[in-house]
Design a protein around this ligand. Structure first.
Ligand SMILES: NC(=O)c1ccc[n+]([C@@H]2O[C@H](COP(=O)([O-])OP(=O)(O)OC[C@H]3O[C@@H](n4cnc5c(N)ncnc54)[C@H](OP(=O)(O)O)[C@@H]3O)[C@@H](O)[C@H]2O)c1
Length: 342
């Protein structure tokens, strides 16, 4: 066990766009776990828009503070389980932060029974896959034949949400930036149509792709894309408020009730937010259903792994700019049982 480790610190809170200068790489001590804590070794860091959202203010967790090790979810190997009952060498999902080792409360570590490629437990069978599953099925509650529109459709959450909707018999329209992302959605993942939010004619293109309006809009991005989708929602339509990635790098508008559009009232819309961690107790069952779809070839997993803790800042900045296809993660160390970095 080394005494020192590498850590990435959030040196300064961004006021606008996130830049590499907001982070610093440093050497720090490997912590000794206190009572009730376990020591874990970070294997794969989850790169999430939430990392950026946590810098902007309190969310479902306190705002990040300049000088702290950057926070972030990860798959990690249990090194010292203490009296937690966890096995040394087993895998847990937890907030390790952007560092090689972390001492975390034992009750904040979610055991991961590895049944697939480890990376799948961060993507389709992990945080973002579960977000897609519960957001679509519990919040959106779509019915067969309905039109479901997904933004950031070629991303980690969107690519899974769209495929679940397709599997369940809905007509799925994806919103993504690039031609290549749209090609993957239509040719590989079975989306009925796609639209680019970067098109000058985005609103018209979206209308043409949804001739019968929108029944469920799975919103990953907020902003002007949300506005365009709102205009097309049918009576009784639902908006799954999953995330607002388009607004993270700029100061948000005030959260005033007067901004609630009349259409929510006149069209009996349901606009509902959720946090996937609220469904933790149901992840195992959902994961079993998703694993079945993956095994049957019905659900394709899009993911990309970037090697090296030092590349985490660029990985996050690139994700916010739409450079990712599917789930983006950073490999910090080898899988349990493997000797060295791949
Ligand atoms: N509620 C929850 O519990 C929960 C849990 C996990 C994630 N989320 C949210 O789910 C959303 C997706 O997260 P993810 O991890 O799956 O990320 P992701 O979709 O893999 O990556 C983010 C994507 O957002 C798109 N994007 C960036 N700026 C945009 C803009 N201005 N307009 C439109 N699209 C833009 C980019 O795709 P393009 O290239 O297509 O623009 C980019 O690839 C995020 O809002 C995240 O906060 C919520």
């Amino acid at each position: 066990m080394p005494c020192e480790q590498r850590q990435i610190v959030l040196g300064e809170l961004p006021q606008g766009a996130l830049r590499p200068e907001h982070f610093t790489l440093r050497q720090g001590p490997v912590p000794s776990p206190r009572k009730g804590q376990i020591l874990v070794r970070t294997v794969l860091l989850s790169i999430d828009p939430a990392n950026r959202a946590w810098m902007n203010g309190p969310t479902y967790r306190p705002q990040l503070v300049a000088g702290d090790v950057m926070a972030g979810y990860a798959l990690a190997e249990v090194v010292h389980p203490g009296d937690s009952g966890l096995e040394a060498g087993s895998v847990v999902f937890c907030d390790t932060g952007w560092q090689e080792y972390a001492a975390i409360p034992a009750d904040a570590a979610v055991p991961v029974p590895v049944q697939s490629a480890l990376t799948h437990h961060l993507s389709a069978l992990g945080l973002t896959g579960m977000t897609a599953y519960f957001g679509l099925l519990k919040i959106g509650r779509p019915e067969a034949g309905e039109t479901v529109v997904i933004s950031a459709a070629a991303g980690a959450t969107g690519s899974v949400a769209g495929q679940i909707a397709r599997i369940k018999g809905m007509r799925v329209v994806g919103i993504a930036s690039s031609r290549e992302k749209r090609r993957v959605l239509e040719e590989d993942l079975g989306f009925a149509a796609t639209v680019s939010h970067r098109s000058e004619n985005f609103a018209d293109d979206l209308g043409a792709a949804c001739p019968h309006g929108i029944d469920v809009y799975f919103d990953n991005v907020g902003g002007s894309v949300l506005n365009s989708c709102m205009r097309l929602l049918n009576e009784g339509g639902r908006v799954v408020c999953c995330g607002s990635v388009s607004t993270l790098d700029r100061p948000g508008p005030p959260c005033d009730p007067e901004l609630v559009p009349m259409k929510i009232i006149t069209h009996r819309l349901r606009v509902e937010g959720f946090i996937v961690l609220d469904y933790l107790s149901e992840w195992t069952d959902a994961g079993a259903e998703m694993a079945g779809w993956i095994a049957d070839g019905e659900l394709r997993v899009l993911e990309e792994v970037i090697d090296g803790l030092d590349r985490a800042p660029d990985a996050l900045i690139g994700l916010l700019a739409g450079q990712n296809l599917g789930k983006r993660m950073v490999r910090v160390g080898p899988d349990p049982g493997e000797k060295s970095m791949r």
